[in-house]
Design a protein around this ligand. Sequence first.
Ligand SMILES: O=C(O)COP(=O)(O)O
Length: 218
Amino acid sequence: MSRPAAILFDLDGTLLDTAPDLGAALNRVLKAEQRPLVSASDYTPIASHGSAGLLRFAYGEAEFEQRKDELRHKFLSFYSEAIAEQTQLFAGVSELLAQLQQQQIPVAIVTNKPTALTVQLLPSFPELAAIEVVVCGDTLAVAKPSPQPLLHATQALQVVAGDCWYVGDAERDIQAGRAAGMRTIVANYGYISAIETPTAWGADSFIETPLELLDLLT
Ligand SMILES: O=C(O)COP(=O)(O)O
């Protein structure tokens, strides 16, 4: 694998372990309605699917569809009140980003998280705050699995998409990366549920820790 022109990263489940704060917000919504709470072992594997994925899991498809706007509004307001209480960088992310900077490999974030939450969250992590190109779920009219957010990031970085890598922990990440013509890498340490089969997503590589990405550069 030759040296990439840039490496683009998904945020939730790839750079940041956001599941505990996402799960806490979900449980605040449920608690307010005297509903049964969801355990970390249940919400963590679906945390990359955002508010819609978490609420759909807790309420079931029919009730979620019926109450979607109201539930998402409640969830987002709780999440935004306590967005960086328990969230941390995955172990090794800080060293990984420092290494990439040293090797002068540009980095960007392409997330489906809405802009308002992303800009609220990133300043809590100085290692990420230095990343200038950040494309969010509502930056464009379309989000991942569309390749457009990834292509938007490559335009901002002034690099050719086909020379870039995209690292993510969800099938939609790999779909977007493949459609953008990038090398795709599954962050296997992220939020992947037991019923998913990442080996069938068509990715080029898998990493079990963030720092394993460096092995792909050599
Ligand atoms: O919040 C979401 O919808 C998921 O965010 P991600 O794309 O960074 O995994």
